[in-house]
Design a protein around this ligand. Structure first.
Ligand SMILES: [Zn+2]
Length: 313
């Protein structure tokens, strides 16, 4: 009799799925079993305001990510000077700096010279608001939520920079890797019966190392098939960072999903004529998307997969 431990979400899990502590703010409908209507609506109100605050917080972080995305590849300071119009250098006022709304308020144009402001600014802010909400809705008020907020911020910044410059800056992939290891270690001590901090650190390091190997293998296979270098060094470092955050199991899943998305998007882009057959496509966004999906739904996907192929008799 073979026992498959992957379906058991408790021991030896690379990335703790359970939310430590209860989640009184989660949607209200789970919350009050007492059935008192007043409590229910109060819960719901509290949940709604929590969601609103989380979205605003995420959008504000997105606003800072916009600065990172534009300045970090150019080697400029992230903190000084404050945001200004790239054309006329008009400094953004307080109201113009409000995430998403500032752009809408100005109808996408600079208040001073009326030149167009890229739609990507509000899109990045709105995306971060939604992603922060998604993480919160999945993990509630828990250390995992805080960790994944950081992880998702890094992923989004790296994706946008990869699209812009076709590079993944070492400063981001390396700092992200270190933060992933810290996340694993910090989370390890939270729940009894979970891996110790040393074990968690090993999970993180093994995840990172396997991440580099896996991408090198994919890259090798890709270069044989496509007869050109399929992936850059930055992609391997991104996979290492993902391994540090997710552990090797979820990292492999993320890499698989990322490759599928990349192949699909690349094939589609070539079919639509947006991309030449020999033109390199940034692979970072696909990997980052795979990482995001694995972080939110990875355990469910893995256990569904195990149930499908190894049904316990
Ligand atoms: Zn301007």
């Amino acid at each position: 009799m073979v026992r498959i431990s992957i379906a058991n979400p408790g021991k030896g899990n690379s990335s703790p799925r359970e939310n430590p502590g209860s989640l009184p703010l989660k949607w209200g409908r789970h919350g009050s079993e007492s059935g008192e209507k007043t409590n229910l609506s109060a819960d719901r109100l509290l949940a709604l305001s929590a969601i609103g605050l989380v979205f605003i917080f995420g959008a504000a972080i997105g606003s800072f990510l916009n600065v990172v995305i534009y300045r970090l590849p150019a080697g400029r300071s992230l903190l000084w000077p404050p945001s200004s119009c790239p054309r006329c250098s008009h400094r953004l006022g307080a109201r113009e700096n409000v995430p998403v709304l500032g752009w809408l308020w100005l109808r996408g144009r600079c208040a001073h010279c009326r030149s167009r402001i890229s739609m990507r600014y509000p899109l990045v802010e709105a995306a971060m608001g939604l992603l922060f909400w998604l993480v919160f809705a999945t993990y509630g008020w828990s250390p995992t939520t805080w960790g994944y907020w950081i992880f998702f911020s890094w992923l989004l910044a790296l994706s946008a920079i990869d699209v812009d410059t076709k590079t993944l800056p070492n400063s981001l992939t390396q700092s992200g890797l270190v933060l992933g290891a810290i996340f694993q270690v910090a989370l390890a001590g939270e729940v009894d019966g979970e891996p110790t901090r040393i074990e968690a650190l090993m999970v993180s390091i093994v995840g990172a190392v396997i991440g580099i190997w896996v991408l090198d293998i994919i890259s090798l296979v890709g270069s044989v098939i496509l007869r050109q270098t399929a992936m850059g060094e930055g992609d391997a470092k991104l996979m290492a960072m993902m391994g540090a955050w997710l552990g090797w199991k979820l990292m492999l899943l993320a890499g698989f999903i990322g490759c599928a998305i990349g192949a699909f998007a690349g094939g589609g882009a070539i079919a639509m004529g947006w991309l030449g057959r020999r033109q390199p496509m940034p692979f970072g966004p696909s990997l980052a998307l795979g990482a995001g999906i694995a972080a939110i739904w990875g355990e469910s996907i893995l256990s569904a997969y195990v149930k499908l192929f190894f049904p316990v008799a």
